[in-house]
Design a protein around this ligand. Structure first.
Ligand code: XMP
Length: 319
């Protein structure tokens, strides 16, 4: 559509004017926003851009492969695949306060980005896929969204010592506009239509302390849930769907034995911009079948519950 195409040209000019001939690194999270930001910036400044995909160990099943394939093989955009799972998980182990989790993750992202700003020969700019609702929500909630680490983390005083300046070409856009821009840039529909995924990843879907074991259980349950949603043709009707692993074990029976395992909560919402949301009204058949599959296919979970909370009063994420 012509409006988005004009917006794209303008945005490209603005990026060129901001960065000149400096190098830029862009944090990719696997989500729509950072992907669109990266492709837009690449159109503007070509190989002055290097993308950095930080594998925090808290990504969903198959995420790393999908991102690396899209950017390296399809777009041919220089990409560093930083495997930092140990760094992130070790730092978070035993931490259960949601705000501290986000701050720790934000700080580590900055450390990793700064390391790679050096490794590409001195990047002066860090690009992020911050959207308009992120800007608004970070003003109203201290724990607002951050794709990778959004500017409010800086405003909030965290990485004060960050040397790079931010490039945030999507700051004025809502999600549906970012998707339109992604289509304009030729991103595959399978990527443009992806559900949002938060920068802190599975860390904020594992209330309480994080362990590798819990993350593995959660990743498997989440994959089964999303598989069910796709199989039933519901993916595109839903804004965001994910599993949450509760820090609670309950008793169950399996065969002749008693089990004592984790509870998994399922969340799905419809929304236009993420600022308000309604719980998704799955059929009880769908929920029953999905609960059965998760309990059968994922070791460590023996009970599944569904979250019927809209936003407000709930947030979309549990932390
Ligand atoms: P909430 O939970 O605040 O989420 O209703 C609204 C939207 O923002 C996403 N979200 C985040 N994204 N870093 C991010 O990149 C975060 O810390 C964060 N917290 C929430 C959430 O997934 C939803 O799409």
């Amino acid at each position: 559509d012509w409006t988005m195409s004009a917006y794209k040209d303008q945005a490209i000019e603005a990026i060129r004017a901001q960065v000149g001939d400096a190098k830029v690194i862009c944090g990719l999270s696997g989500g729509v926003d950072s992907s669109v930001a990266a492709v837009l910036i690449h159109e503007a400044i070509g190989d002055q851009l290097t993308c950095v995909f930080v594998d925090t160990g808290m990504m969903r099943m198959g995420e790393a492969e999908e991102v690396v394939t899209l950017f390296r093989d399809h777009y041919n955009i220089p990409l560093i695949h930083a495997d930092e799972a140990d760094l992130f998980i070790d730092a978070l182990e035993g931490e259960s306060d949601p705000e501290t989790k986000r701050k720790t993750i934000g700080r580590l992202f900055i450390e990793v980005f700064e390391k790679h700003a050096k490794s590409v020969g001195g990047a002066k700019f860090l690009a992020q896929g911050t959207l308009y609702p992120d800007v608004i929500e970070s003003v109203s909630f201290s724990g607002g969204p951050s794709v990778t680490i959004k500017s409010h983390h800086n405003v909030g005083g965290l990485p004060e010592r960050m040397d790079m300046k931010l490039v945030e070409p999507l700051r004025e856009l809502f999600k549906d506009e970012v998707r339109a821009l992604g289509r304009e840039l030729g991103l595959p529909e399978s990527f443009v239509g992806r559900h949002p995924f938060p920068g802190p990843g599975l860390a904020i879907r594992c209330p309480g302390g994080i362990t590798r074991e819990k993350l593995d259980i959660l990743r498997k349950a989440d994959a089964v849930y999303l598989d069910q949603i796709r199989k039933h043709g519901l993916y595109d009707e839903i804004w965001q769907a994910f599993a949450v692993l509760l820090p609670v074990r309950t008793v169950g029976v399996m065969g002749d034995g008693r089990t004592y395992e984790y509870v998994c909560a399922l969340r799905a919402v419809t929304s236009v911009d993420g600022m308000t949301a309604d719980f998704y009204p799955f059929s009880s058949e769908f929920l029953g079948e999905t609960a059965g599959r998760i309990i059968n296919e994922v070791n460590g979970i023996n009970r599944v519950v569904y979250d019927y909370t809209s936003k407000p009063p709930g947030t979309i994420e549990w932390e």
